[in-house]
Design a protein around this ligand. Structure first.
Ligand SMILES: Nc1ncnc2c1ncn2[C@@H]1O[C@H](COP(=O)(O)OP(=O)(O)OP(=O)(O)O)[C@@H](O)[C@H]1O
Length: 253
């Protein structure tokens, strides 16, 4: 991991309310450059809301966000937003367009043009394993292929920080393995990743560190091994860690 002393992203007391509903409750997090950072928690923990604040989709948050030590205002500042890639939980692709047309369209939206756009679209197709389907309409794609394209679109402009919100929902095992490989490749190439999931197996396999979220707060932080040691059972899996921290199962939904 390429650690520097200043975190790539820092959240200080980040909070977000939907009316009276507190979704994110004074979150403090530091994401080191080069890390594959996991946000693990059950449905309703506040993962999506946190990531939407960082992505600039939500603007009415309170607290402070810093990017490379500078104040970060992604909802207001387009230059800040360009540093971020966002792969949303809901698929954001056009079924009537081919894979290539989708990439071309979203690449232009991300500010790419000319030879750079062509090169990034080619790289994205390869990353998603969709070269042979580039000219097929995406409406005919399987759920897994759509998810792979969704990832390819989010990282087209090679952002410094890639945010993924539950990217394996409805994905077959083959596409899941492909997504994991693609994300590992991106991370090894230096891209910092924040990955939200409610699957402990995914967090355990991919992420270090892992922040365990519950009711809008981080209740545990560290590698899977550190988290197990922190609850006094070095052999505990993340399910057991969560149970020990909250008194309830991560799988309860
Ligand atoms: N648009 C909204 N209006 C009102 N309350 C909301 C809205 N979106 C989320 N919430 C509430 O905010 C809290 C945090 O939700 P959030 O979606 O951020 O959690 P999550 O951990 O991402 O869960 P999930 O995996 O189900 O999306 C929950 O109590 C949820 O019901």
């Amino acid at each position: 991991m390429n650690q520097t002393s200043t975190p790539l992203l820092e959240l200080n007391h980040l909070s977000y309310h939907y009316g009276k509903q507190v979704a994110v409750d004074s979150l403090d997090l530091q994401v080191a450059e080069g890390s594959f950072f996991g946000l693990l928690g059950p449905n309703g923990a506040g993962k999506t809301t946190s990531i939407q604040c960082i992505a600039g989709l939500l603007s009415q948050w309170s607290g402070k966000m810093m990017f490379r030590g500078e104040p970060f205002q992604p909802a207001e500042n387009v230059e800040h937003r360009k540093r971020i890639g966002f792969v949303p939980q809901d698929l954001a692709i056009y079924d009537d367009l081919t894979a290539m047309e989708n990439l071309d369209f979203f690449g232009r939206l991300a500010g790419l043009a000319g030879a750079e756009l062509t090169a990034q679209v080619d790289r994205a197709l390869e990353l998603a394993g969709l070269e042979s389907r580039a000219k097929d309409r995406t409406g005919a794609f399987s759920g897994g292929m759509k998810r792979r394209l969704n990832l390819a679109i989010g990282q087209l402009h090679q952002p410094e920080l890639l945010l993924l919100d539950e990217p394996t929902a409805g994905v077959d095992p083959q596409s899941r393995a492909h997504l994991f490989d693609a994300l590992t490749r991106l991370n090894e190439s230096g891209m910092t990743i924040v990955y939200t999931t409610h699957y402990m197996e995914e967090a355990e396999r991919l992420c270090d560190p892992i922040a365990i979220m519950n009711a809008g707060k981080v209740i545990g932080l560290g590698s899977a091994k550190q988290l197990a040691e922190d609850v006094g059972d070095p052999n505990a899996d993340l399910e057991t860690v969560f149970l020990s921290l909250t008194g309830r199962s991560l799988r309860d939904e």
